[in-house]
Design a protein around this ligand. Sequence first.
Ligand code: AMP
Length: 280
Amino acid sequence: MQQFSNIDETRHWCLQQRRQNRTIGLVPTMGALHEGHLALMRRAKRECDLCIATIFVNPTQFAAGEDLTRYPRPLQRDLELLERENVDAVFLPDESMMYPSGFGTYVSPPPVALPLEGESRPEHFRGVTTVVMKLFQIAQADRAFFGQKDFQQLRVIEDMTRDLNVPIEIIRCDIVRESDGLAMSSRNRYLNDEQRQRALSLSRALTAAKNLNQSGERDIATIEAVMKAELAVCDHVDYAVVVNRTTLLPPTDSITRPNESIALVAARIGNTRLIDNELL
Ligand code: AMP
């Protein structure tokens, strides 16, 4: 596996591969890799000739007081996992490579960034759009693979890519869960046993929403009340909503429609903030 920490080397490798008519799949991550990340790499390998992963804990998407400094960085293990998946190259920039002194241009996120995470973490998506746009310019890939675990992030990146005519195809990948339903996340390792039990309330709330919807319940307030009841064991609930899956806004008539709605939750357990979602 090629390892790059330098922007020019990474860009050069990608351009050389594409000149030889090889397609490249890009998988951006913040490391602390788990099966959810590896599923993206496997799909990229299946659907492209080559896969390039990136590992960068992006400071501009963390607000002051969030977990930037304690975010897990098990680099050696991450590299072993990437090797095992036959990932072809990894880009591991440091902060000064991505944000050298004098850096000052940001990508203003599209409207779909405003609700939900946008309300709880107002600067977050500006950091995400900026770093993802930089990664798209550095590792010039044919396709980029993102998990639906971060559904709003995916929608933000889809709209940014469309609005700014970025020549890359965004591929949506399914959420990978533990056998008990907990959505895999690098942040799950912050949870102790008791907290991990309570964290199951997120996937339970979403399963309850899906079951209600499948049994014919269409009233959003009713579904949201059931989700909130499941999440009562959390220390704080940021949101538990059913919204339109394109705009992420509530539908005007307060009714869920098949293949148009999504349930999303964000809650804190101890100091750990978790998110999850389920298409309805
Ligand atoms: P992160 O390292 O948390 O920034 O995530 C990097 C990529 O992996 C993003 O596209 C995430 O949506 C995706 N991802 C994280 N967790 C999961 C999961 N449990 N299932 C599928 N994709 C995931």
